[in-house]
Design a protein around this ligand. Structure first.
Ligand code: ZN
Length: 470
């Protein structure tokens, strides 16, 4: 039969190839100019690029903050041609990591023009391209950019959505090879010659996982009519799984797990990394400054909620991720900017920390019978965090400076941080920009209030000497 080659693997070389054309001009795809853009597997490209990065002593994943151990594991796994399974809670950068691997693929590749899965001209996979390279005199090519295809772990996903529609029966009935009834690629096939990112692999129905295994391991698919069709899909498989997602979700099937290296992705290890991630990803790039003491208070509050040492630890079921930190920075800056503050003040946290609650409330979960509300937990955690940062500021005030400061405060009786009167010299020393001075004066007064009780906060940015009889 005419379509016998459909079941064959088709490979062409210089000797038996048709003429190839790019932008209407005939090209020699084996010439130096084009040889790098076909015939190689994705793994080969990734390997070559990794070696290039190593040679240049450059980090291919420089946009990812910290995570040096994980980066090494990813590089080693990719180098040895493995697929990767990122395991970790949401919001710690599994998707970002998988996207950053994309740059190890070539910027462009040569593909057969019009192909639904961007076939390699020398080893096409789809029926219509196999026919083209074997039967036609001239085959048109195009350059395609790098591909990163996200495949969401949907329990309702169908075979058609995941693998696609493939029917030999329709060819037998005389349908054209390009007819959608004959071949319509699903998400995985569309990732051919790119990265297939399975977001929550475990949520894909287990029957479909079996099909995936057949596709990747045996390089074939079984059509709904029972025909076994060779499909050498070449894609780098990156998957993610969330250990918290066990309820009502199928797990990752053993044979698939066996083909992947598991790399754990956790919360940032240090508060500095947490702050860097927050600043890097916030959407409000301009506006009021967030001085380092406020960055610390906010990041610290989020980190505390993840820690076993948090006094609410046994109440918190789902911890806030880096997205909480990012959003918190955004809201605090927004709040300060709206009020016309040059730098964040404590009042920007809102009455009873309403602004902080806005960022955190939907980003953590507590157990059902917790006797304490989410809002109370946020209030407690933020207060603890202010205490923490204030005590280190308090401890950093040199003794003689402290003496002068208290004398000065006793003299003025009421200090207004917004007016920056009196104590700006030490305050200036902790600022990284002159616009932070009012915020610095306030946090110093707050530190003295919290740690010595010699002053007390009586209004927005206003502190009174305690001995002073109002
Ligand atoms: Zn094709």
């Amino acid at each position: 039969m005419e379509f016998e080659y459909i079941f064959e693997e088709v490979k062409v070389n210089r000797g038996n190839a048709p003429k190839f054309r790019l932008n209407g001009e005939e090209i020699d795809i084996w010439s130096k100019e084009f040889a790098d853009f076909h015939s190689k597997s994705i793994t080969d490209y990734v390997r070559e690029n990794l070696i290039r990065y190593e040679y240049l002593k450059k980090d291919p994943f420089h946009e990812i903050v910290g995570k040096s151990k994980e980066k090494e594991l990813v590089k080693t796994a990719l180098m040895s041609g493995s697929n990767i399974l990122f395991k970790g809670k949401k919001g710690y950068g599994k998707t970002t990591f998988s996207k950053s691997i994309l740059k190890l693929l070539p910027e462009k590749l040569l593909a057969i023009k019009g192909c639904k899965i961007h076939d390699d001209p020398t080893q096409p996979v789809c029926f219509s391209c196999k026919k083209k390279v074997l039967e036609e005199n001239v085959v048109d090519l195009v350059f395609i950019p790098r591909k990163w295809i996200r495949i969401p772990g949907d329990p309702m996903m169908t075979t058609r959505q995941l693998i696609g529609g493939i029917s030999i029966q329709k060819i037998r009935e005389g349908y054209d090879l390009d007819h959608p009834e004959v071949f319509t690629p699903g998400r995985v096939l569309k990732a051919h010659r790119g990265i297939a990112y399975f977001d929550e692999l475990g949520s894909i129905p287990s029957a479909l996982q079996t099909l995936l295994h057949e596709l990747f391991e045996e390089k074939q698919v079984t059509t709904p009519e029972g025909d076994i069709v060779p499909m050498r899909i070449d894609a780098l498989i990156i998957a993610s799984t969330n250990p918290a997602n066990y309820k009502g979700v199928s797990d990752i099937k053993e044979p698939l797990l066996d083909r992947m290296e598991q790399i754990d992705i956790g919360a940032p290890e240090t508060i500095e990394e947490e702050i860097e991630i927050g600043l890097k990803n916030m959407s409000l790039k301009e506006g009021a400054r967030i001085p380092v003491w406020h960055l610390k208070i906010l990041a610290n509050a989020v980190r505390c909620m993840r820690s076993k040492n948090c006094r609410f630890a046994n109440r918190i079921e789902v911890e806030p991720s880096c997205r909480a930190t990012i959003k918190l920075f955004d809201h605090i800056r927004a709040s300060a900017t709206r009020k016309g503050h040059e730098a964040v003040m404590l009042s920007d946290y809102g009455e009873n920390f309403e602004i902080v609650k806005l960022a955190l409330r939907s980003r953590f979960e507590i157990d059902y019978d917790a006797e304490i509300s989410k809002d109370e937990i946020v209030e407690g955690v933020v207060n603890d965090s202010i205490d923490n940062v204030c005590s280190s500021i308090y401890a950093s005030i040199p003794r003689d400076v402290f003496g002068e400061l208290i004398e000065r405060i006793a003299e003025i009786k009421v200090l207004n941080a917004y007016k920056a009167n009196g104590i700006s010299e030490f305050a200036a020393s902790i600022c990284s920009h002159s616009s932070e001075i009012k915020s610095a004066i306030e946090i110093i007064l707050e530190s003295i209030a919290r740690c010595s009780g010699l002053v007390e906060r009586i209004g927005d940015g206003i502190y009174a000497y305690k001995a002073y009889d109002r």
